[in-house]
Design a protein around this ligand. Sequence first.
Ligand SMILES: [Cu+2]
Length: 151
Amino acid sequence: MCRPVLLVLFSLCVSSQLNFADSAPIKVERAWIQAVPQVSDTTAAYMKIINLSASPLKLTGASSPAAKTVEPMITTRKAHGDQEIMGMQTVNELVIPAGSSLELKPGGDHLMIMGLNVHPKEGEVIKLTIRFAPGNQKFDLEVPVSKEEPK
Ligand SMILES: [Cu+2]
């Protein structure tokens, strides 16, 4: 007798949880996209992402109407003789520990924006949707284009 009622309650609960999970429990500070010369079809987005939840979040990717792909990358440094060679590498995820933050900055972790459809000019704003795991949590941003890190 009680069972159908319980099932209904359960499904209501599941769907409201899914809605909640759609917007990632984060706060973003000082987001900016690097202004690049006209000939360049790649740039990068930088920001501080603060994880407001009690469990770790993984930044797994991003997308923008302004570009074909946006990927999380790390900067690598390799010793080559007495020189240090800097490179970068795409990663599947960047972890943001619970209650902590992840700093995306030049010379460090970043979101690489590749295959620009439009050329981002200084002062413009670019739409960026960043994605997090677990689940399919998203966060929409409007990121200003700047020549250097905003103060
Ligand atoms: Cu890169």
